[in-house]
Design a binder for this molecule. Structure first.
Ligand code: ADP
Length: 271
């Protein structure tokens, strides 16, 4: 369980998040969307406890503990973060990197127990990385590195999972593969998942609810159908945006409505 209450964050005089309140239930996947500079990354950092907050609070886990009053180890057992792939050190092997996710559980000598190694083996299998365990992270593709970050987060066995634009730089197959996997894990492990997504269509397809952040404020929150509307998105992104229903799933499909201005042919030569 994740609860954000009246959260405000400022960088000096610049208020980056203002009075944001929302909750994510176990097993639920919430997408956070919004234009560049809206405050989405600030929100992820504030929830993860590494960003000082101006007012309000973030409560996590079954006992709703305040993130900003916990030690780093306590936080790591309750909340796992999948950062953007460029933050991954390349010199370690995949196995070593994923084992780092167990740091908060290791004894004072930092020695792993069988239970830690079993969890790493499970996370590697679940993210389809078992065959790459001894490879250096720097040698992996973008999609593989993203899965390493997810595996490292999973071994934290934390009830709250945060992901900051995990699909950036992934091709279509890997975008849907990653989000399908996160969705499966959210249900299987009853994780409360908050994921920042650039792609509005992925938010609509994979997430139970969507939070729209604009200028540091929570502009709308609700089902993809309620939030991903032509009106909301046109107001937010300042370009005409059309929304239609996905033919198979009924979820909103977002289409920037700029095609009329583009030169294009109406007939194609037959070969
Ligand atoms: P998003 O992730 O939605 O693109 P950010 O959370 O990165 O937005 O940024 C929100 C606002 O806070 C922006 O106006 C940005 O310029 C500002 N900001 C972000 N990080 C810092 C920082 N470290 N120092 C000062 N201003 C920052």
């Amino acid at each position: 369980m994740l609860q954000i209450q009246n959260l405000s964050v400022a960088y000096g005089n610049h208020v980056a998040l203002q009075d944001v309140s929302l909750a994510v239930a176990p097993g639920e996947m919430l997408a956070v969307i919004g234009p560049n500079g809206a405050g989405k990354s600030t929100m992820v950092r504030a929830i993860s406890g590494i960003q000082p907050i101006r007012s309000g609070g973030v409560l996590i886990g079954e006992q709703l503990l305040p993130v900003h009053e916990l030690s780093a180890a306590e936080r790591a057992r309750l909340l796992a973060v999948v950062p953007q792939a460029r933050e991954l050190p390349g010199a370690f092997t995949v196995y070593e990197t994923v084992l780092l996710g167990r740091t908060a559980y290791l004894g004072w000598m930092g020695k792993s127990q069988k239970q830690d190694r079993d969890l790493v083996a499970w996370a590697l299998a679940r993210t389809n990385l078992s065959g790459l365990a001894q490879r250096r992270v720097a040698e992996l593709s973008g999609g593989e590195q993203q899965r390493v970050l997810l595996a490292r987060a999973l071994v934290q066995s934390a009830p709250v999972l945060l992901l900051d634009e995990p699909t950036t730089n992934l091709d279509l197959q890997h975008q849907s593969g990653l989000l399908n996997l996160v969705r499966e894990l959210a249900v299987e492990k009853q994780l409360a998942v908050l994921v920042v997504l650039h792609d509005l269509n992925l938010a609509g397809l994979y997430c139970d609810r969507v939070a729209l952040v604009v200028n540091g404020r929570l502009q709308a929150i609700g089902s993809p159908q309620d939030v991903l509307t032509s009106q909301n998105l046109t107001d937010t992104f300042h370009v005409p945006i059309e929304v239609i229903r996905h033919p198979a799933y009924g979820t909103p499909l977002v289409l920037p409505d700029g095609v009329a201005h583009m030169p294009h042919t109406t007939s194609f030569p037959t070969l």
